[in-house]
Each structure stands twice: as C-alpha cells, then as structure tokens.
Ligand binder design. Structure first.
Ligand SMILES: C[S@@+](CC[C@H](N)C(=O)[O-])C[C@H]1O[C@@H](n2cnc3c(N)ncnc32)[C@H](O)[C@@H]1O
Length: 253
C-alpha cells in the first residue's frame, strides 16, 4: 500500500490511532530490557525515538528515575501520550516533541539512554545505530527492538510479504554483527513473546478493522484497503515461528 496516498494514510491512522501500541511490545519486555542496563546515572536523560502512543514511554518513566523526551513525527500520538502522562502524574518527567528521527533537534552526546521500540527500522538498523549513537553520551545505553528472522528459509508467501514491507529484515547474528561494527557492546538480547504481538497490537487491530469496515462499508476504495491490514495479521498468525521482534540492549563503546 502506498503511504503517499492521502486516503490510505487517513485510514491507516484511523486504525492505528485507536490501538494501545503502535507495534509489538509489552510492559514486561520493556522492564526486562531496562534491567539489562547497569550503572545508569541517578538522573538519566532519556530519549524515546518513534514513541507512537507511548505505552513504553510511560512504562519506562515508571521503572527509571529519569526524564524522558519522547519524539514522533505523528502529532496525534504525542497528544495522546501527553494526556496519558498527565493522567499518570508523570508530566514532570515525560515531555513530548514532534520531530523527524532523521533530523533530531538535540545536541550531540546529550542522552544517557536512548530507547526505540519498533521504530529504528525507519532509519534502517545499521544506519539507525549510527544516527542514534551520535546523541548518546560516551558509555551511554541504547535499547531497540527490531524485526528479525527466527528461522532460515522462510516460506515463499512470507518472504514475499517482508520483501514488500521491510526487505532489510535479517537474522539475529547479522544484527549482532552490525551492533559490533557500530562500536557498541551488547548487554543482552531477547525475542518478544507472541503475546506481545497479539494482546495490545493485533487483537485490538482486528477489532478496529471491524469498526472501520462498518463505517466505510459504502466506500469501495476504503474496503479495498482492508486486506492490507488483515493480511499482516494473518501472516503473523500463520508464520509467527519464523519471525519476531528482538530486543537488543547495548552500550556505546
Ligand atoms: C511501529 S511504530 C512504534 C511506536 C511505539 N514505539 C510502540 O512500540 O508502540 C513506529 C513509530 O515511528 C514513528 N515514525 C515513523 N517515521 C518517523 C520519523 N521519520 N520520525 C519520527 N517518528 C517516526 C511512527 O509515527 C510510529 O509512531
């Protein structure tokens, strides 16, 4: 589907703006990744890149003592996060900023920790490691989740789908090589559980698709877009042993 198509973009956000998360993830995995970080400064400056609706931003604010700047280029997500931070009494420690991750408006070496769940793919994994690394203090930490192959030789249908959506997806060893090449020391990595794809992402997306289909039942152009969203979910259900998101936690060397 073409994200340049205005109507597609509108429908995409009519679905995504109503989901708890913008991608696979869960509070437990955010906590598990955070626990891999030792010796973080007492008052860390944290950047959350591609924060989306910001579930992980709030989870991070609850488990770390730091101040978090959460950036995304989609304003409605930021407004939602800002309101949620206020409701949770975290507004003093969570600030949102509309920004393009390709042109982050921060000083170099400004952050103790950079977090990015399911969003570094926008930059490309290796390119993203380099771009984000420039904003880390020496010895700072980077925690990202990234789509990976879990098995070799994916079935044709699955491979074709990823070739369409994110042809740069690769396996965990290849990602670890890039991490080393970019000068990071790996602190740990783990695969997100299947529940983190379904509970707060694909299950609510399925429900949202039903609502959107009802609303646009007389708009054939929109109805023709729906298989795009449904196929993504079906592909996951059918082939979830072949791919997932991997959390990588590392320290700038
Ligand atoms: C898959 S979602 C993940 C959102 C969130 N981290 C989560 O796990 O729920 C990717 C996010 O990256 C944001 N994004 C995409 N391109 C971006 C860019 N160039 N600059 C900033 N944010 C971007 C999207 O708006 C979206 O919120």
């Amino acid at each position: 589907m073409d994200f340049e198509n205005e109507k597609f973009r509108k429908i995409f956000f009519e679905i995504y703006e109503h989901l708890p998360r913008g991608g696979p993830g869960d509070a437990e995995s955010t906590g598990k990744a955070f626990a891999l970080i030792k010796n973080l400064s007492g008052h860390p400056e944290i950047l959350d890149v591609g924060c989306g609706p910001g579930r992980q931003t709030l989870d991070l604010a609850r488990i770390s003592p730091g101040k978090i700047v959460a950036v995304d280029n989609h304003l409605p997500f930021l407004e939602r996060l800002k309101a949620a931070a206020q409701r949770a009494g975290l507004q003093e420690r969570v600030r949102v900023e509309e920004a393009d991750m390709f042109h982050l408006p921060f000083e170099k070496e400004a952050f103790d920790l950079i977090w990015s769940e399911g969003a570094i793919y926008n930059l490309g994994f290796e390119n993203g490691l380099r771009i984000l690394g420039a904003f880390l203090k020496p010895g700072g930490y980077l925690a990202v989740s990234e789509a990976v192959w879990l098995k070799k030789h994916p079935p044709k249908e699955l491979k074709a789908n990823w070739d369409e959506e994110y042809p740069a997806i690769t396996d965990i060893p290849e990602n670890l090589t890039m991490i080393g090449k970019c000068g990071y020391v790996l602190l740990g990595n783990f695969t997100l559980p299947k529940s983190s794809w379904m509970d707060d992402f694909y299950t609510p997306m399925e429900a949202r698709i039903v609502e959107v289909k009802k609303r646009y039942q007389h708009d054939q152009e929109v109805m023709d877009m729906m298989p795009y969203f449904q196929t993504e979910i079906e592909i996951y259900k059918k082939y979830s042993d072949y791919f997932s998101y991997e959390f990588f936690v590392m320290q700038k060397g």
